[in-house]
Design a protein around this ligand. Structure first.
Ligand code: ADP
Ligand code: MG
Length: 300
């Protein structure tokens, strides 16, 4: 493409809320034949809300009071968390007027959960992997976790001093335009994949809602492995676009042939990307690729 057509294309993009860092990215976008979409915050709103609490600790289901205690414990630990999942739990406790315990120690364990010291006790909140790595038996929680995951929810196990106290679940909703944008991309001949650190069952349930099959769903991917998925497709000969919003997505955005950040996302995601989609809607991705194709076509 000529410098003039690239400049015109970049300007048209800006008018539509598509901020392109350099002309070479606009040129490359017409070649994309594979696109990886982060799940949380990209396909979904990324604002999970608490939906379920199950108390397990004392053998029998202790009823509503015990459930509130599970929530209070989890929220006390997650009060230190910047992760949307942690914030959903803390918010739910505040909404119910629960008084949180002061937090002594706190550690976020990326892709796993959190560890915190609450009222002199060690509290863990997170996924199976968090507990498996510590040799903590969560078989009591498993049926509940599996049930929530089949509903597309993210389930987290809560344990105190190495014993399972309960399970909390949160649900995130798919953004308005996601399904339509994905259908459009597929119609344009682009293979669309979903990428998430969330577990496989939840991931597949959400993917199904937006027309992505299991073979195109990368689940349980640790933050530091997200970029490897981009490379995997590149090795298979794909020209890969990656769309993400989180700190976790930054390396994958930088690795992709064209990285697209969601405008409402983390600063480092925007810095690592080549294009920013201001509206946060995946239709912006469709527009970007169309714009690129039109720009290239104009000069041939
Ligand atoms: P995503 O790629 O979907 O944004 P992350 O890599 O941030 O996911 O997290 C992957 C998984 O790690 C979550 O689905 C959850 O099981 C667990 N996890 C991460 N942060 C927390 C937290 N603050 N509390 C509980 N679980 C967490
Ligand atoms: Mg995300």
């Amino acid at each position: 493409a000529t410098p003039t057509s690239i400049m015109v294309g970049t300007g048209k993009g800006a008018e539509r809320g598509i901020l392109i860092k350099g002309g070479e990215h606009l040129e490359l976008a017409h070649k994309l034949n594979g696109v990886i979409l982060d799940k949380t915050g990209t396909i979904t709103r990324g604002e999970p809300v608490l939906t379920d609490v199950v108390a397990l600790g004392s053998g029998e289901d202790g009823g509503p009071q015990a459930a509130l205690e599970v929530l209070r414990t989890a929220a006390s630990a997650e009060a230190g968390s910047e992760h949307p999942l942690g914030q959903a739990i803390a918010q739910a406790a505040r909404d119910r007027g629960l008084t949180l315990e002061p937090l002594a120690g706190f550690e976020a364990i990326p892709g796993h959960g959190v560890r915190a010291e609450v009222a002199g006790r060690q509290v863990l909140v997170g996924n199976r992997r968090l507990f498996a790595e510590r040799g903590i038996d969560v078989s009591q929680a498993e049926p509940h976790v599996a049930r929530f995951e089949e509903q597309g929810k993210t389930a987290m196990i809560v344990a105190v001093d190495g014993r399972v106290l309960g399970v909390v679940a949160v649900a995130d909703t798919v953004k308005e335009g996601s399904a339509e944008a994905i259908r459009e991309l597929q119609r344009m001949g682009i293979e669309v994949y979903m990428l998430t650190g969330d577990n496989r069952r939840t991931a597949v349930a959400i993917a199904r809602q937006v027309g992505i099959d299991e073979a195109h769903t990368f689940a349980e991917v640790l933050p530091q492995q997200k970029a490897d998925k981009v490379k995997e497709l590149q090795v298979r000969g794909k020209v890969v676009g990656m769309v993400g919003d989180g700190i976790n997505d930054a390396p994958a955005l930088a690795t992709a042939d064209v990285g697209f950040a969601i405008g409402t996302g983390a600063d480092v995601a925007i810095e690592s990307a080549d294009v920013t989609l201001m509206s946060g809607d995946l239709m912006g991705l469709v527009d970007s690729i169309r714009l690129s194709r039109a720009t290239i076509r104009n000069v041939r």
